[in-house]
Design a protein. Structure first.
Length: 164
């Protein structure tokens, strides 16, 4: 066991040295590793907080925009309704004016056609009266009497059948 004991004591010393070296390196190297890792984590947390605040700010701005858009759309709809009412009133007024003008034109046209019909009837009546007179009184009336009767008849027709 002599060699085994020596081997064991040498191995034990080697193991203790190895553990001490590892512990020394652990104590020396890991704090810098952990501190840089901690700095990265803290930086990431700060960036996340900054992004969260920016997101909240953006969200509030978007909510304000939406509220403004709703108000603007309401005002646009109200304005459109007012314009539609105004246009309807204008179109109604224009239609009424056109209908009145058309009615007046039709009334004037009817009056003109009535006058034309009356004139035509007078003309035909005069022609018929003259033919009847010529047929019934061919020898009883002289040509001067015919001319006088015809003149009187035409004058009566021109005056609307009223004798003077």
């Amino acid at each position: 066991m002599g060699q085994l004991g020596e081997l064991f004591s040498n191995n034990l010393i080697n193991w203790i040295l190895l553990v001490l070296i590892l512990a020394y390196m652990w104590v020396k190297l890991t704090p810098s590793l952990f501190s840089s890792r901690e700095e990265k984590i803290n930086g990431a947390l700060k960036e996340a907080e900054k992004a969260r605040l920016e997101g909240q700010d953006f969200f509030q701005k978007q909510e304000a925009r939406i509220a403004n858009a709703e108000e603007e759309s309401k005002s646009i709809l109200e304005e459109a309704a007012k314009m539609a009412a105004t246009m309807k009133a204008e179109i109604t007024a224009q239609s009424e004016a056109e209908a009145k003008a058309l009615s007046e034109r039709i009334s004037q046209q009817i009056k003109a056609e009535q006058r034309q019909a009356i004139t035509e009837m007078r003309s035909r009546t005069a022609t018929v009266a003259v033919r009847l007179a010529e047929a019934s009184l061919p020898g009883a009336i002289t040509s001067s009497a015919k001319d006088r009767l015809l003149t009187e008849f035409v004058e009566q027709l021109d005056n609307g059948g009223i004798k003077k």
